[in-house]
Design a protein around this ligand. Structure first.
Ligand SMILES: [Zn+2]
Length: 429
């Protein structure tokens, strides 16, 4: 059976360029906070909720609102679409374009990528307030406040391939490239990877992680590579939960049982189906163990993503029991998703500049969850997160203990990255 996975670009450059990046961007100081408009202003944009294949079951096309300055392209402080540039209408909105046209695709890809950046940057500010002594969080917020990087340039229709990728070039430029291919099912329908919100969010996730930890991008450790892929898949999942209509549809589809087959867990449905897979490219509700998985970055990422999905399911169950008489199920799921996203992002920020293993990040999550439970400020602090984290990683053979390097022999194996780049790449076994 053909297998497919998201691949991220290999990078042929030296770490020394990180220093050059700072020089290149020197003087571009602009605050994220200054980009927000007064109530009553801001821009409306339209997106595919998931992808064109799910437009009946799960909502289809949504209008989203971004309360920031959005210019032609569309573009903002961090992101710009550089192909089929579109302009806002007289109301400042990007809502006049017809779905499945290149113009709509420009709006859609920008809106998803920009909302991923907004989600994570806002998280960093929330975490900085909760943990004011954290130097790592201070440094992370500085990256975005002083914009020490080049704008992310998006090409929604980069050519023919079963592929999409993020890359940082030798001159420090950062790109997201989305390709198109002909369906292998009917042999005629053109599938555009840019039309999948999950593919866009996955790639935007790679680009965001690359700003936090540029050294991970050149890591040869399979687990660090797997972490990059898991970050992409989890970005898609967290972004979906952050969209109120989609979060509501998850509850409607599953009746609150997240272990039922659902569009939140299945990643890139259209892409998977059109290359002949049963469902999407991957399913986050995955119990595979670190000892059983292939040592390829997308395969190995399933272990980490699966653990976080099950932690989400465990925590949601506990949160529902605690809050069912106070809040509707959709809001409980949305809040649980935000809490886990914060724990995960915070752990990544606090992870050192070495090649982290899954154990290292899991231990970081456990430590932060315990710290929050010991000094609770949020009703969700006491759900039992440390137990969920320990259980879900341990049962996947990821030891959760300080400096655990039980599986460090894997770090010395070369990570398999197909081709020169490509975030989605097909391979046959
Ligand atoms: Zn990827």
């Amino acid at each position: 059976m053909p297998k497919a996975g998201f691949f991220y670009a290999t990078l042929k450059r030296s770490i020394a360029l990180v220093g050059a990046l700072v020089i290149v961007s020197w003087g571009l100081e602009a605050s994220f906070r200054d980009q927000f408009e007064e109530p009553g202003k801001g821009a409306r944009l339209r997106i595919f909720d998931q992808d064109p294949s799910l437009d009946k079951e799960n909502g289809g096309i949504s209008t989203v609102f971004i309360p920031r300055k959005i210019s032609a392209g569309p573009s903002d402080l961090f992101i710009q679409v550089v192909q089929t540039s579109v302009r806002p209408n007289s109301n400042g909105d990007f809502t006049d374009y017809t779905p499945k046209t290149p113009e709509f695709d420009s709006v859609h890809t920008f809106a998803v990528a920009s909302s991923v950046y907004q989600m994570y940057i806002q998280d960093l500010w929330v975490l900085s307030t909760l943990f004011p002594k954290s130097l790592a969080l201070k440094q992370a917020t500085k990256i975005f406040d002083k914009r020490k990087f080049q704008i992310l340039k998006i090409t929604p229709h980069a050519g023919e391939d079963q592929n999409a990728y993020y890359s940082r070039e030798e001159d420090g430029s950062r790109v997201l490239m989305f390709f198109s291919f002909t369906s292998e099912i009917d042999k005629k329908t053109k599938i555009h990877t840019c039309q999948s919100s999950e593919v866009v969010a996955h790639e935007a996730g790679h680009s965001f992680l690359d700003l936090l930890h540029p050294e991970y991008f050149v890591s040869q450790s399979p687990q660090t590579g797997g972490l990059h892929e898991a970050f992409g898949d989890l970005t898609s999942l967290f972004w979906t939960l952050s969209q109120p209509r989609q979060c509501g549809n998850v509850i409607i589809d599953t009746r609150g049982n997240l272990h039922r087959q659902n569009f939140l867990a299945v990643l890139a449905e259209q892409f998977g189906k059109e290359i002949g897979l049963k469902e999407g490219l991957r399913n986050a509700d995955d119990d595979v163990s670190l000892l059983k998985v292939e040592q390829e970055v997308h395969e190995i990422s399933r272990v980490f993503t699966g653990a976080l999905y099950d932690i989400l399911a465990d925590a949601f169950k506990a949160a529902y029991q605690a809050k069912k008489d106070q809040q509707d199920m959709t809001h409980i799921l949305a809040d649980t998703g935000v809490y886990l996203r914060h724990l995960f992002l915070h752990s990544i920020v606090e992870s050192g500049n070495f090649d982290p293993t899954f154990s290292n990040v899991a231990f970081q999550m456990l430590t932060l969850a315990k710290a929050r439970a010991n000094a609770p400020k949020d009703p969700l602090d006491n759900l039992g997160w440390p137990g969920f984290i320990k259980n879900q990683f341990t049962r996947r053979d990821v030891p959760v203990a300080l400096n655990s390097r039980a599986l460090s022999f894997l770090d010395h194996m070369k990570v398999k990255k197909a081709g020169i780049c490509g975030t989605i790449h097909r391979k046959f076994t």
